[in-house]
Design a protein. Structure first.
Length: 264
């Protein structure tokens, strides 16, 4: 057994391992508290391998990272936000699985990227002017939560980009830092487990992919722990300023990738 495994791990070139280590580290920091960075994991890993392989390797890693992040921050979650968004996410994942063959991934990336970029810029400008975010309550807030949950589930299933829709609904609420992180960690842990049947049906959990995921797991867990340490050094206002900047960077990256795919 050791021989084939060693051949598998040693058979990857330096570009594969550089991209894999960078992508997993970014994901770990995201799971540790810097929500939003996670959407960059697959694009970074795709620099050294196919996006399909990157996604297949990352899902088992994400499931383990989720356990760590939920254990650390999950007790601080906002259950009201989860009750609105999780049912929508279930519908979005099912729709993404059913429509995957008909939907262009670059088109989804472009749309999500442009919207996220605009949202991040708008919030930074508004907060510098002292303009509070408009937060819907009652039925309108519930409908918005379900809709943004569905968008997060759909974009996560299609393009691994569920972060921006979640943040567009939750960031304006200015939850305490740990409550925002805890709510995000629980929401995306549920989404990742809901994606398992679809990935299983697509044959993503091959022995080779699982061994590669296992080889990267120590780095994944170490970077997740590092994220939990670093994020606690950031106070609430600065944390939200960082989140808005990340929205702009992530939105720009997604739009760039999407437009590159559409033009290619």
């Amino acid at each position: 057994m050791a021989g084939p495994i060693a051949n598998l791990l040693g058979g990857q070139d330096w570009a594969f391992w550089a991209a894999a280590l960078a992508g997993v580290t970014i994901l770990g920091l995201a799971k540790g508290g810097f929500a939003g960075l996670g959407v960059l994991g697959v694009p970074i890993m795709a620099l050294g391998m196919s996006p399909v392989l990157a996604a297949a390797i990352l899902l088992p890693i994400l499931l383990v990272q989720d356990v760590f992040s939920v254990k650390t921050f999950g007790a601080h979650r906002d259950d009201a936000v989860l009750k609105r968004m999780v049912p929508g996410a279930c519908l979005g994942i099912i729709a993404g699985w059913a429509l995957a063959r008909f939907v262009s991934v670059p088109a989804v990336e472009t749309a999500v990227g442009v919207i996220a970029f605009g949202f991040g810029v708008q919030r930074i400008v508004a907060e510098r002017r002292g303009v509070p975010a408009r937060i819907r309550g009652g039925l309108g807030g519930a409908i918005e939560g379900v809709a943004m949950g569905a968008a997060a589930g759909f974009t996560s299933q299609i393009a691994h980009a569920g972060g921006p829709p979640f943040q567009m609904h939750v960031l304006p609420r200015k939850l305490p830092r740990d409550v925002f992180i805890g709510t995000s960690s629980v929401f995306f842990a549920l989404i990742n487990w809901l994606k398992v049947p679809a990935y299983w049906a697509l044959g993503a959990f091959t022995p080779n992919n699982l061994w590669l995921a296992a080889a990267l797991m120590p780095v994944a867990l170490l970077s997740t722990w590092a994220g939990t340490v670093l994020v606690r050094r950031v106070d609430g206002p600065r944390f939200y300023a960082i989140m808005h900047v990340l929205m702009i960077l992530v939105g720009g990256k997604l739009a760039w990738d999407g437009l590159s795919g559409l033009s290619g």
